[in-house]
Design a protein around this ligand. Structure first.
Ligand code: NAD
Ligand code: UGA
Length: 455
């Protein structure tokens, strides 16, 4: 019998579950989509005018679909939605384990396992269970084992359909993905899910693979992307001491069609909730299977990233401490066009500066200042303040760090800003976005990652 998916439930209303389900609902008006989450405040926010996730274009998609064929409800009311679903997506967090075997590297699957138990308990008839979260390879085995305990004799197919959206461009990525990946053994289930995406994704962009290939491809894709950033950042340090310019080098590399231009932007280090955790998950898997050298290789990508953040923080701290010890930090989000600061390089850099006794003046256009303050080390909490405008944050500062590539930082008027900063102030541009010529004309010294210091 050909299966059709007309009723979808997604567990997890986060950065992936919310936008992904909104786009599915938008593109498939005949499919009823329910998103459930344990976090009731988050569900309330999805049902409000102030969505919990900032993504360009997301408000419009949610406005079109919410109350039509998209709804957000709390987990307490979710049982019926699971029972009615033809397909249930698992889109919950899979962070690095903090305790138990593999702590510090392996993915914590406890949230996924809780979802599997919830589905097993409430599903009715036949249900396609879809891994949307990023999982270690062979995680589907664990899910299948739990589903097999279903007390009502429910039957299940498990598919892996990892998500490749990047934050800040999530809606564009979902509406026009390079590819959609569906891994699974049951052909009917694979095709039923493919039919959902086929409403707006060309068939040749819907890749079908085995379950394990799909699970591993997601981890490998993030590791390859992170590896490119670490590679260009490794080159950036060499540029700074040799007079080469990293943007010029990146342009040359990127014009080779075998290399391509993307993910060659030198930075203060990559951030975000996934690159580090997925790299560490891959390292753990390699170690688990006794593959010592591959484990060390992927670990080095992460180590280089830590080094890049540390050396940037040390340079800025050294400069500020020779003067009044006041540092303006422009940009806290891990990249532009998102309010997300999970694993943002700004966190480690701010913590390092605070530990050096520096006072921080923080600014970002989207990040919730209070929430950001919570992740900084406790004992230094008195050492920072938040400002809405970059011009305010810069006042009286001895060093100005640019840590996110927000468009507004490309247009800063350094003539004006230099008048209120401390004498001898230096800009540390961790994103190569500052108009260095304008800053130099205003008499400021600029250190740009991958270029070095220019006066
Ligand atoms: P998130 O933390 O923003 O959202 C996860 C949500 O799941 C939270 O709201 C949490 O309350 C909810 N949740 C956890 N356990 C639950 C349970 N048992 N029942 C109901 N709700 C539960 O995470 P995210 O950024 O959306 O990431 C989710 C997954 O997608 C991760 O595996 C991540 O690696 C992967 N991923 C993330 C991105 C991204 O850009 N953020 C992109 C691709 C893939
Ligand atoms: C990344 C991947 O790009 C997505 O395909 C994947 O789905 C997602 O992880 C995930 O699994 O969570 P995301 O982390 O949202 O997406 O954002 P990216 O654009 O990949 O940027 C990650 C980090 O690398 C950011 O801090 C960014 O500033 C940095 N970066 C990126 C660079 O420093 N240089 C670059 O050239 C590109």
């Amino acid at each position: 019998m050909k299966r059709r998916i007309l009723n979808i439930t997604c567990i997890g209303a986060g950065y992936v579950g919310g936008p992904t389900m909104a786009v599915i609902a938008d593109r498939c008006p005949d499919i009823s989509v329910t998103v459930i989450d344990l976090n009731e405040a988050r569900i309330a926010a999805w049902n409000s005018e102030s969505l919990p996730v900032y993504e360009p274009g997301l408000d419009e998609v949610v406005r079109r679909t919410r109350g039509r064929n998209l709804r957000f409800i709390s987990q307490r009311e979710g049982a019926a939605a699971v029972a009615a679903a033809d397909a249930v997506f698992i889109s919950v967090n899979t962070p690095t384990k903090t305790h138990g075997s593999g702590a510090g590297k392996a993915s914590d699957l406890s949230y996924v396992e809780a979802c599997a138990r919830y589905i097993a308990e409430h599903a009715n008839g036949h249900t396609i269970v879809i891994e949307k979260s990023t999982m270690p390879v062979r995680a589907a085995d664990t899910i299948k084992r739990i589903l097999a305990t279903s007390p009502h004799g429910g039957t299940f197919d498990v598919l892996s359909n990892p998500e490749f959206l990047a934050e800040g461009t999530a809606i564009r990525d979902l509406e026009k993905p390079d590819r959609v990946l569906i891994g699974g053994e049951a052909l009917e289930a694979v095709e039923a899910l493919a039919e959902v995406y086929a409403r707006w994704v060309p068939d040749q962009a819907i890749l079908r693979t085995g379950l394990w290939s799909a699970e591993l491809s997601k981890l490998a894709a993030n590791a390859f992307l992170a590896q490119r950033v670490s590679s260009i950042n490794a080159i950036s340090a060499l540029c700074e001491v040799t007079g080469a310019q990293v943007d010029e080098v990146a342009k040359v590399l990127g014009s080779d069609s075998r290399i391509g231009p993307k993910f060659l932007k030198a930075s203060v280090g990559f951030g975000g909730s996934c690159f580090k955790k997925d790299l560490l998950s891959l390292v753990y898997l390699c170690e688990f299977y006794g593959l010592t050298e591959p484990a060390a290789y992927w670990q080095s990508v992460q180590d280089l990233n830590e080094w890049q953040k540390r050396r940037f923080a040390q340079m800025a701290a050294a400069h500020a401490k020779k003067r009044g010890g006041v540092v303006a930090v422009l940009g806290l989000a891990f990249k532009k066009n998102t309010n997300d600061f999970r694993e943002s390089p700004a966190i480690d850099i701010c913590n390092h500066l605070l530990a050096e006794g520096v006072k921080l003046r923080l600014q970002d256009e989207r990040v919730d200042p209070k929430a950001f303050g919570e992740v900084l080390v406790d004992e230094y909490k008195a050492g920072f303040g938040f400002f809405r405008e970059a011009a305010e944050a810069v006042r009286g500062s001895d060093a100005i760090l640019v840590l996110t590539e927000w468009d507004q930082y490309t247009k800063l008027d350094w003539q004006k800003l230099s008048a209120t900063a401390a004498p001898g102030v230096m800009i540390f541009d961790g994103r190569t976005v500052v108009d260095a010529a304008n800053a130099r004309e205003a008499g400021l010294s600029v250190f740009t990652v991958g270029i070095g210091e220019t006066k």
